[in-house]
Structures are given as C-alpha cells and as structure tokens.
Design a protein around this ligand. Structure first.
Ligand SMILES: [Zn+2]
Length: 447
C-alpha cells in the first residue's frame, strides 16, 4: 500500500512544479529568518528572487556539518525557541553533538515521511512494529515510532539492548514488522539461532534497516535469519532523521527519496560540480518544507547515485542507490580507500564467516596494517570444532588455517591491500546493542 499516493506517484512535471515553488519559498524564508543564510546569499551575490526553481539551485551556497557545529546549538534556527516542540542530536566524532530541532509542523512531516517509509517496506495499518531503534536523542526510535502510529500500526517501543528479552517479545507478541540498525538485526538473528528458534517459527515478515551503511550481503543474512523481506531506510538527523528515503519492498532496488520535501543533488566530491543521473557522487539535500531548521544544499558526505527509471512499485519518486560509504567512514590504508561496507560484502562471500566483524588499523613505524577480526559462523564452528581465538591453540587446526587464508586472499584480491584475518569464536565478534555499531578501531594515532 502507499501512505500518500498523491505525492508518491506525482508525474515528473507536477513534481518539478511543486519543487520549484517550494524552493522559492524556502529560499525567501531562510533569507528572511536565518542571518547565516542571509549573509551566505549576499556574499554569493544571490537575491532570493534570482532563484526561480530547482534549475537555479547550483547558485545557492552549500551547507556543511561544520556550519551546524559553528552555530551550536541553535544558531541556524529559523523560528523562536518557544516554537520548538522537540530536539534530537547526533553524536559527533569530536566534541559537541549536532543538535537539530523541530516545530509541530516538522514533527508532522517527520511522522508522514516515516509512515510512507513503513508502507513502502510492506507495513500496513493494524500490523505490529517491534521498534528496536534506540529511543532518545537519536532520531531512529522516536522517528519510526511516530510514523508507525501515523500509519495506524501498534508499536512496541522496545528500543535497543537486552537482546534476550527482545527475542522473547518477538516470540510472544508476534510483530509482523521490525525496525532497527542492520547490525542489530544480525545480532537478533544470531540470538534466535542460538536459542534454536527457526525464522519460520516467528511472525516477522518485513524489516526496515538504516542508520549505518550496509550491503546486499547483510540483506541476505537478515532475510534468512529473521525470515523477512528487509528494506533500507535512509536518513540523517540534519535533514529530519529516518524517512528521507526508503526502498519499496516490491523492487528493493534503490531507496525512493521523499523529493517533494527533500530535493536531492549528486555533486562531484572534489569539484562540487553537479553530476548526471547514474553517476556516483556526494548526495546533497535541500529541505523544501522544514520550519525550524531548513537547510540549503546540505552536504551529506554519503556517496550514491540517482535513477529516475520507472519502478515496479508504481512510485515516481527518484531513487538513490544503497550508500557505498560515508566519506567520513572511509579508511585510507597504505593509500588505498577502504569502506567498512565493502569489507562486509567481501566477508559475506567467504563460506564459514559470520557478519560480525571489526576492522583494526595500526601503524608500525611508517606503514599501516589492517586486520579484520571476524567471528566464524555457528554452522562452521559446529562442523569443525573451532572454539578459540588463540592462534597457538589452533595451530594445526586445518579448517581454521584454510578459512583464514581464503578470507585474506579474497580481501587482498579486491581491496588491493594486504589484510590480516583473525577468526573469533561464535559470540566473540562485535554486536550492536541497538545503536550504531562502530566497526573500525583506528589505533594509528595511539603511538
Ligand atoms: Zn519502488
């Protein structure tokens, strides 16, 4: 089903006319209300009246995360504090978090785009949502919660953590839909397997995953492990939270962007020049309808491409490809770019390994060393008798030597850099507790 077919299936020319009108409005709005944008437009020599529509968008200034940081916490707001109804924040890698704020209308928009997303993912009114996204300052929990209620679902606000209890709730309450990070979905799938519960025995049918870059490899694990048809939901708190785009369960081939509210561009990461549909570049989003924190051309740092090919679901909303990596997640090891999501896809192609892994980067004198620590799969451990992490203990354990070599060769062939592989016993790999899982331990600065 579709939550708002009147917008989700708009013909291209009607969508363009709507975006043109809304862009003119938001430019006039920020020029009037946000001194930061007034100054930026002035120094770019742009009058609001110069912007007739999205064809003129490249004349507008880019907004970056550092701009939010420089105006922490409320310097970019377009409304008085008293008009705010909620604040969320995302953790920064350095120092202060990025604070975002919502008016009542912004929260209404948030609920509508997440309701659309849930419906895209297969959810219907009357179904139950097991919402294992973290509640709190993170936008995931409350964001999906509002959308599910708006769609007419029954929400179990379980949040992250206490995995054993979550498995019990899934078994007993029988939800049809689950929402959580992809890494936590894998944690839950492993917990179900460890308890001997088969995916067919539980009620889940659909799953929405986001907040971390993930891959088709994890999709296979999650579909099989939870007995679902899972879809990608994408968002970032600066724009609104989850619900900026979502895959439809019919095609699962790119996420439909809610482009009547969030206008997407793809720019060259180096030159900042616009790139055509199909080309990989940085996703840049302009909020067309937000009140508290409208952003012009926000540089997400996420690498993707757009397609306007017709979709099997009938929606006309433009689609973005799965995020390959966030530019700030990318590791440079001996001059080679390595994305954790790429390592994840490669590990999934090696039979015997689980999706639970971490990357450890160290520097010995001048050279970087990359180690992948990956947990073995339950089935592989059972057939080979592998139980330990200590290489000495497993010296002469032929299956683990063979598995380690196969993994190292496969990673080296594709990444083009040597990678050491350490096998971890079942249960010893990193598990998400519901929030975002950091897969990278970078010890290069540690001396
Ligand atoms: Zn579709």
């Amino acid at each position: 089903m579709m939550f708002e077919p009147e917008f989700e299936c708009l013909p291209a020319d009607a969508m363009r006319a709507l975006q043109d009108r809304r862009l003119r409005d938001v430019v006039a709005y920020v020029a009037d209300r946000v001194p930061f944008y007034r100054d930026r437009l002035e120094s770019a020599g742009v009058q609001p009246a110069d912007i007739r529509g999205v064809a003129d968008i490249a004349r507008l200034p880019i907004t970056r995360k550092t701009d939010l940081r420089d105006h922490y916490p409320f310097g970019l707001l377009a409304v008085p504090r008293a008009e705010l109804r909620r604040v969320h924040a995302s953790s920064g890698t350095t120092g202060k978090p990025t604070v975002v704020a919502y008016t009542a209308n912004d929260l209404d928009l948030f609920a509508r785009v997440t309701a659309r997303s849930l419906a895209m993912a297969g959810a219907e009114p009357g179904m139950m949502l097991h919402n294992a996204y973290g509640y709190g300052l993170f936008t995931g929990g409350l964001g999906l919660h509002g959308g599910a209620e708006r769609l007419g679902m029954n929400v179990v606000p379980v949040s992250g953590g206490m995995t054993e209890r979550q498995v019990t709730l899934i078994e007993d309450l029988r939800p049809e839909v689950i929402a959580c990070t992809p890494s936590y979905a894998m944690t839950l799938a492993s917990a179900l397997a460890a308890r001997g519960v088969s995916p067919e025995a539980i009620s889940l049918r659909y799953a929405l995953h986001g907040a971390e870059p993930w891959t088709d490899a994890s999709r296979g694990y999650i579909d099989a492990g939870l007995g679902v048809r899972c879809t990608n939901i994408y968002g970032l708190s600066e724009i609104i939270g989850p619900g900026v785009s979502c895959e439809c369960v019919e095609a699962r081939d790119g996420s439909h962007i809610m482009e009547d509210h969030f206008y997407p561009e793809i720019l060259d990461p180096d030159s900042g020049e616009p790139l055509p549909d199909g080309a990989d570049g940085v996703l840049v989003l302009t909020t067309l309808t937000k009140e508290a924190l409208p952003l012009l051309r926000y540089w997400t740092g996420d690498i993707t491409s757009l397609t306007r090919e017709p979709c099997a679901c009938g929606r006309t909303l433009v689609r973005m490809r799965m995020i390959r990596g966030r530019t700030d997640d990318m590791l440079i090891v001996r001059g080679v770019n390595v994305y954790p999501s790429q390592v994840e896809s490669l590990l999934a192609q090696v039979p015997g390994l689980s999706p639970h892994f971490r990357l450890v980067v160290t520097r010995d004198r001048h050279l970087d060393d990359l180690e992948v620590q990956c947990e073995v799969s339950l089935a592989w451990a059972a057939t080979t008798g592998f139980s330990g992490v200590d290489a000495v203990e497993h010296a002469g354990h032929e299956p683990s030597t063979a598995l380690r070599r196969a993994a190292m060769a496969h990673l080296h062939d594709t990444l083009g850099v040597s990678v050491a592989v350490t096998l971890l016993p079942v249960g010893a790999g990193p598990r998400s507790e519901g929030g975002k899982l950091s897969r990278v331990v970078d010890r290069r600065g540690a001396g």
